[in-house]
Each structure stands twice: as C-alpha cells, then as structure tokens.
Design a protein around this ligand. Structure first.
Ligand SMILES: N[C@@H](CCC(=O)N[C@@H](CS)C(=O)NCC(=O)O)C(=O)O
Length: 214
C-alpha cells in the first residue's frame, strides 16, 4: 500500500494515523504541492490523501481509515464517536486554520521543497481564506481565542489512549486538528490535552510540529 500525502494536511494525518494505530506497514509518498499530474492521473482531481492498494485508489481520508481498519483482525476504532469533541473541533476550526495555513506556507515541509510548490499553496489558500499577512498580523487574537477554548477540551479527554476511553473515529479527527495546531507557537496546552497529543503522536508515528512551530 502506498499513501500519497502532504505533510501539513490534516486530512492526510487522518489517513496516516490509522496505519500507525493499527501497526500496518505502508509506503508514504509526499507530493509536491503543485504536482497536479500525479493525483489527477490516479483519482481525476488534485487532492490528497490518496491510498493506492492493489491497483485501486481510495481518495477520501475517512474512507482510507475505514479501509485500513477493516483489513486484518478486529477493528480498533470500536468506541463511540463523541459529539461534544466534534462540536469543540467545529468551534476551533476558524482560528485554527487562520493560524496554521500561513505558518505551513513558510515552514520547511517536503511538499514545499521548490519555490513553485510553495507559491502554488499560498496562491490557492489565500484565495480561500484571504491574505496570509493579515491573518499573521491577527495571530495574537486567534491564539488568545484558542487558549481560552482549549481548557474546555481537557475534561472531554477520558484517556490519552482514546478520547472516549477507547479509540474511535473521534480520535482520528481530534489528533489531526491538534497536529495542525502544533505548527503554532504560543498555544498553551492543558495537561490532559498535552498528554493526549503526545501519546497519539507516539502511537500514530506522526511527528508533532512543535520543533518547527512559528
Ligand atoms: N474529503 C477529502 C478532503 C481532502 C482535502 O481537502 N485535501 C486538501 C489538502 S488538506 C487538498 O488536497 N486540497 C487541494 C490542494 O491543496 O491543492 C478527504 O477527507 O480526504
């Protein structure tokens, strides 16, 4: 199996996470962000993640999660989804992406290893959320919003090994968001949230971006 991703992409983190949690071997391929030909040749559009398995392509992150979880043995995402965490993620989403997108655009990530790939990302994402410079200038407000919001997540985390006490799809969504947030410097993680994101990084085999946070 070969998984095509961008390092920064939270949807790609969801797809990568199930391989680590389930301990299933796979090849990871990081696409250049301006490489349209490769994804288009596989799924007819420019989108990641893409899983190639036995000559078939799966193009949606949660379809990849379900596919890999169903491959061998019993499913590990067996717990109930947690609507309170889903609501927390919805509420965090706007400041999170306004903080993360401009930071990813200037970070040392493999999908941006050419100037053209970096420029492609900036052009496309600014068309979606507006000027990165404006969002960077508003960073302290967004960070304050998230630092106020994070303490309400802490009591929802029942265990560092599964937000609802056992693993569920909610863990996939929550870890992807916390991994995205790790590119932002100045976030104050309540102890339970910090323990959770560190444990999930370990179990999924996906590095947090703390070391390159901006
Ligand atoms: N529904 C898809 C959404 C994936 C998605 O939006 N991926 C983004 C990257 S985070 C993408 O490839 N966008 C096109 C681009 O960045 O050029 C999934 O869950 O896999």
């Amino acid at each position: 199996m070969k998984l095509f991703v961008y390092d920064h992409c939270p949807f790609c983190v969801k797809a990568r996470a199930i391989f680590g949690l389930k301990d299933v071997p796979f090849d990871l391929a990081i696409l250049l962000n301006d490489d349209e030909a490769t994804p288009v040749s596989m799924i007819g559009k420019k989108m990641a993640p893409i899983l190639e398995h036995d000559g078939r392509f799966i193009a949606d992150s949660m379809d990849i999660v379900a596919h890999v979880d169903g491959l061998s043995g019993t499913r590990i995402l067996s717990g109930p989804c947690n609507p309170a965490v889903a609501q927390w993620l919805t509420d965090a989403s706007e400041p999170l992406f306004r903080l993360a997108l401009p930071r990813w655009a200037s970070a040392d990530l493999e999908e941006f290893s050419t100037p053209e790939a970096r420029a492609y990302f900036t052009r496309n994402k600014e068309a979606m959320i507006g000027s990165f410079a404006v969002h960077m200038a508003a960073s302290s407000d967004y960070i304050a919003t998230l630092n106020q919001h994070l303490p309400t997540l802490a009591p929802l985390i029942l265990s560092a090994d599964g937000v609802s006490g056992e693993l569920s799809e909610t863990d996939i969504h929550l870890f992807a968001a916390l991994r995205a947030l790790s590119i932002v410097k100045g976030i104050i993680y309540p102890a339970a949230v910090d323990a959770y994101r560190i444990r999930m990084a370990q179990r999924t085999g996906i590095d947090l971006h703390d070391a390159i946070a901006i």
